[in-house]
Design a protein around this ligand. Structure first.
Ligand code: DX5
Ligand code: ZN
Length: 236
């Protein structure tokens, strides 16, 4: 995985057909997505349950590009090896998931995978400052984690801007997760985000038998996001 700050669209398979993950992953990649975002929930850290490393391992062969695994689980450390073995390229843990986040990030890096840290909407960015050397990605949650299809929390845009300033030239992605649409994407991209997770906004209107809407939805988000960047450069 080489680092670049171009806009990346990462559909969340939380909005896919759970009986058809393999075909859904192949469909969204064929329709032009950049990363595949995989939401793991434990019914404890978040009030919803999805699946674990066995499912990640099963879908891995159906993903050509980056498998971006978002762990909404606590504790997280006992499961890092299993998700690395399942083929995750990026493993993101939550700052709120335990008292030893530095150790968690070290453990993720220790598996050779990229290390991500997710922040709930109520979590300030101060705690990230002393972790920057261990980070490949910071995920700003723009909904409360647990469910797809929620409304984008606009107060997080200022957080993204502050985080972007804190990161400076370091090769760290800023990922946005929750409520991303062609309307909200420009706000976070202008503030400094480069990875846009989108579940409902990508999968709406399509299916594995009719995947063209996935492509149209991905393009709509990408076009809106890139227009915000072009506008920003033109204003400089
Ligand atoms: C929420 C998940 C998200 C979610 C996004 O807990 O982490 O990845 O699927 O879904 P939308 O794009 O529908 O808000
Ligand atoms: Zn997610």
């Amino acid at each position: 995985m080489t680092f670049d700050r171009r806009i990346k669209i990462a559909p969340s398979i939380l909005s896919a057909d759970f009986a058809n993950f393999g075909a859904e992953c192949r469909a969204i990649e064929a329709q032009g997505c950049d990363w595949v975002h995989v939401d793991v929930m434990d019914g404890h850290f978040v009030p919803n349950l999805t699946f674990g490393p066995a499912t990640c391992a099963a879908i891995r062969p159906h993903i050509k590009g980056v498998m971006d695994v978002h762990l909404m689980i606590a504790p997280v450390d006992p499961y890092i090896e299993a998700f690395a073995a399942a083929g995750a390229d990026v493993i993101t843990a939550h700052l709120e998931a335990g008292p030893h986040v530095h150790r968690t990030l070290q453990a993720i890096r220790g598996t050779g995978r990229k290390a991500g840290l997710a922040l709930n909407p109520g979590t300030p960015i101060g705690a990230v400052e002393h972790l920057l050397d261990l980070l490949d990605l910071v995920c700003v949650m723009t909904v409360n984690p647990g469910f797809g299809g929620q409304k984008f929390i606009e107060s997080q845009v200022d957080k993204v801007r502050a985080l972007r300033a804190m990161i400076g030239d370091r090769p760290i992605h800023i990922e946005i997760d929750g409520g991303v649409t062609p309307e909200t994407a420009p706000l976070v991209v202008a503030a400094g985000a480069d990875v846009l997770v989108a579940g409902s906004a990508v999968f709406k209107g399509g299916s594995v038998d009719n995947p063209a809407p996935y492509g149209a939805n991905i393009r709509a988000i990408r076009t809106a996001a890139e227009a915000a960047l072009a506008h920003q450069f033109a204003a400089k």
